[in-house]
Ligand binder design. Structure first.
Ligand code: BES
Ligand code: MN
Ligand code: ZN
Length: 545
């Protein structure tokens, strides 16, 4: 796959897939060393910071503004009380900087960086995200944040500019007609017209095509994961989800295999069948394979992601308040699919196989009951004492299957426990597993700003999963350490010798509060960039080395 610098990415964010009747939109981003003289600029983003003596302009001398214009801008900003503090946005009419009747932009948006000496790449990503969100729909934005860090500015601007209008107004009609009658070609045009994205040109010292392509592919992957999560469960259920994954995966050249409920039953996937059997929407297991185009020495990696398209709790029913947030319970699977799409598009030099279990957890007369015993793909049995601890049941089968491929590394992620949020809050993924690999993944996650944190698997918490009648029970008898208890449960399904990491994203996958930095409301796309960073790291190592 090749991505032409400056061209919109091939996996068009406006493309409508059967289970995603309304996708979000993302800015079109470009990276240039010099702005064409006749460029139309609606909004010019100018970083400013808090210097020792008050507001100062950052990234000056870019050629975007003349010395005189910079002085005028500084005067205007200080006269209206701008200080350059972090996230301060001060709009200034471009007219005020006009020379010989021509203004550098319709609007200048001064963006406060705070203390510039302390600012990290993550600060730049966040501030670029804030600026993207402040830019009006359909506007042409030029940003000089790339002069500070091109990679951070590209990623932050792209991620922060994501918008999910979802099912409002005209788009709602499309969604309704799609629900009844499938793909609606006329609807596609409406959706695109009502929500035209921002165009963001990032100015940098040099225009690095590889950097731009990587940022575009990564951002598209994050947007895809967000779209999946943002799509409600009446559109996205195992069958439609699997079909949509097939469409997207085949378009980028991934190998695709889908097992339906009958095949799952025949092949002994008792965990996936047991969780899915209460719903009219039968479960699926999706397998995606990325084969690199050239031979290499890199390790083979398995990815697994929890895909509970809606989690009511099942017979152990959840309370009604906030149950709507459970549309995000397929966030792990969404991140894994999106990562696979990026792996294919970037032709990452390693073999990666994803195993993605999809099920809807709902009560009915055919649902699994508390006390039922399920037999997993590897023969281990689980006594189900709480049907709301369902994620581990489907992951157990998927991880056992993934290990059959004899991967060197297994990266698994899931919206697994409320206990993750109790322990770490809703922005910090809990990272558990093989010690050295766990620590590496947490470190990479912190570098790219998803902030995963290493958590232990204390041995006594594993003891609490012993059952009288089966190999395991699916909940512990104690209320403490629920995140690590779940991690212990999963450890039983990892084959000896496979380096393994489990990333609990119960909180971080879904933002139920206001937008911040480059993170919108609802689906966040976490931990797509953590997994991509890990794959890139592993691609640079050798098998067994
Ligand atoms: N999907 C939930 C975990 C979750 C909670 C994700 C809140 C996002 C936000 C999971 O299936 C679940 O219900 N876990 C139970 C486990 C318990 C029964 C041992 C929980 O955390 O309460
Ligand atoms: Mn649950
Ligand atoms: Zn769940």
């Amino acid at each position: 796959m090749t991505t032409q610098p400056g061209q919109p990415i091939a996996l068009d964010p406006a493309q409508i897939y059967s289970a995603l009747p309304n996708r979000g939109t993302m800015p079109t981003i470009d990276l240039v060393a010099e702005l064409p003289a006749d460029a139309e600029v609606d909004t010019l983003i100018v970083p400013v910071f808090q210097g020792a003596n008050g507001l100062e302009l950052a990234a000056t001398g870019s050629g975007l503004l003349s010395k005189e214009q910079e002085i005028t801008l500084w005067r205007v900003l200080t006269s209206v009380g701008a200080t350059g503090k972090r996230e301060e946005l001060t709009p200034v009419p471009g007219e005020l900087l006009a020379t010989e009747g021509s203004a550098p932009a319709t609007k200048i948006l001064a963006l406060g960086l705070g203390d510039i000496d302390d600012s990290t790449d993550e600060d730049i990503r966040e501030l670029a995200g804030v600026a993207s969100r402040a830019a009006g729909l359909g506007s042409k934005v030029v940003s000089s944040l790339g002069l500070i860090s091109p990679e951070a500015a590209l990623v932050g601007h792209a991620l922060g500019g994501y918008r999910f209008a979802g099912f409002k107004g005209a788009s709602a009609k499309n969604a309704a007609s799609q629900d009844a009658a499938g793909q609606d070609a006329a609807g596609q045009d409406d959706a695109a017209a009502s929500d035209s994205p921002v165009t963001i040109t990032v100015l940098a010292r040099e225009a690095d095509a590889a950097l731009l392509a990587q940022a575009q592919v990564d951002a598209a992957a994050v947007a895809l994961a967000r779209d999946f999560v943002n799509t409600p469960a009446n559109f996205l259920y195992p069958e439609t989800y699997a079909n949509t994954i097939r469409e997207i995966a085949e378009a980028v050249g991934l190998g695709v295999e889908i097992l339906d409920e009958k095949e799952l039953e025949q092949k002994g996937y008792g965990g996936i069948v047991g969780v899915g059997k209460g719903s009219e929407h039968a479960p699926r297991l999706v397998r995606l394979t990325h084969e690199p185009s050239a031979d290499n020495e890199a390790p083979q990696v398995a990815l697994v992601g929890k895909g509970v398209t809606f989690d009511t709790g099942g017979i152990s029913l959840k309370p009604g308040a906030n149950m709507w947030d459970m549309i995000s319970d397929m966030g792990g699977s969404a991140a894994v699919v999106a990562t696979m799409v990026a792996a294919a598009r970037l032709d990452l030099p390693m073999k990666v196989i994803a195993t993605i279990p999809l099920a809807e957890n709902t009560p009915s007369s055919t649902a699994t009951r508390p006390g039922d015993v399920l037999r997993h793909y590897n023969g281990l049995t689980t006594e189900v004492l709480n049907t709301d601890a369902e994620g581990r049941l489907i992951l157990a089968d998927a991880m056992a299957r993934a290990c059959e491929d004899e991967p060197d590394y297994l990266i698994e992620t899931a919206t697994l426990t409320g206990a993750q949020m109790v322990a770490l809050g809703n922005r910090t993924p809990g990272v558990m597993g093989s010690i050295a690999f766990r620590d590496k993944v947490a470190e990479l996650s912190q570098e790219i700003g998803e902030n995963g944190w290493a958590m232990p698997l204390p041995p006594e918490l594993g003891e609490a999963l012993k059952s009288d009648v089966a190999d395991l029970r699916n909940i512990s008898a104690s209320r403490w350490g629920g995140m690590s208890v779940a991690g212990h449960y999963l450890a039983n399904f990892v084959t000896e010798g496979v380096e393994w990491v489990h990333i609990d994203i119960a909180g971080p996958a879904y933002n139920t509060e206001g937008a911040f930095g480059y993170t919108p409301k609802r689906g966040t796309g976490v931990p797509v960039r953590t997994i991509l960073a890990t794959l890139r790291h592993l691609a640079g190592t050798t098998k067994g080395g």
